[in-house]
Design a protein around this ligand. Sequence first.
Ligand SMILES: CC(C)(COP(=O)(O)OP(=O)(O)OC[C@H]1O[C@@H](n2cnc3c(N)ncnc32)[C@H](O)[C@@H]1OP(=O)(O)O)[C@@H](O)C(=O)NCCC(=O)NCCS
Length: 287
Amino acid sequence: MTLDDVDAAERLTDEASYDLDVATQRVDWPTAARRSAARSALWRRRCAHLVEHDAGGCWIAEDDSGPLGIATSLRRQSWWGLSSYFVLPQTQGTGVGRALLDAALRHADGTDRAMICASHDPKAFRRYRLAGFAMHPTMLGWGSVDRSAIPALPRVRDGAGRDAEWCDEVDREARGAGHGVDHIVMREQYDLHVVDDSAGRGYCYAWPSGGTYLLAATDTDTATDLLWASLAQASDEPDVRFVYATAEQEWAVDVAIAARLELHGRGYLAYRGMPPAMPYLPSAHFM
Ligand SMILES: CC(C)(COP(=O)(O)OP(=O)(O)OC[C@H]1O[C@@H](n2cnc3c(N)ncnc32)[C@H](O)[C@@H]1OP(=O)(O)O)[C@@H](O)C(=O)NCCC(=O)NCCS
């Protein structure tokens, strides 16, 4: 993939998003509706960032009719992650996805740990399991936050660029590699909350509309405070408030229960060569 392919890739992923809403009947996620213009621009920025930094991990499949599918992936130190993986609906199940994943996985050569935030598409499940990933079912929290339940959060402050360095240390402990250059894009697109005191360290990128996009911490008390901080900025509109919580993340489940959010089983966190990161809520794009 080159930067010239980014617009076509964005259109393709919007069309191909897996929308079999069997589990919840009502939670429109990942993308039941087409992306807004603003969300498309954010997607293109993240994709261009990966093409720039991980050219060997980003692939597009095409024939005479045009693009058929894409896979984008990233390598950070000895860790690899799959960011986007989509094939046009009419072409799915014909082997294009396999070729794309094989190409992206070559970018993982020399790494020993890997992660994927997987959709609930059984075709994706099959590809990941056959590539050696352990598939952990995940939950999402959805709804309006009960504002009366939000605790005082004296440990949490707004983060800044200078925090990225120690955030990477927390990442290394949790998943074996820092996010490095990915902090640049995440700082542009999300609000950074941090805790850094003698009791623990952690950070959370929050969606501007409230809820957690990525959270990593040294301990569950710190993680709990950060998740609450991201919920505190939520509007009253019901929405997805966090995703990809595996059974290990009981601290997140307990926050959801206290905030009176609905919990729904949705998707999988796929791990290879590593135990589940803890306490941790991964970013769907940068893990
Ligand atoms: C996931 C995806 C990228 C895979 O691409 P693809 O071109 O469909 O993949 P392939 O055809 O190479 O492989 C699909 C496998 O699932 C099998 N399959 C087809 N339909 C299936 C079904 N309903 N249930 C389970 N397996 C199925 C295929 O036979 C094939 O397995 P095989 O190669 O061992 O025979 C594509 O299906 C897609 O875009 N899905 C929607 C978006 C999505 O959810 N992406 C994953 C994000 S994490």
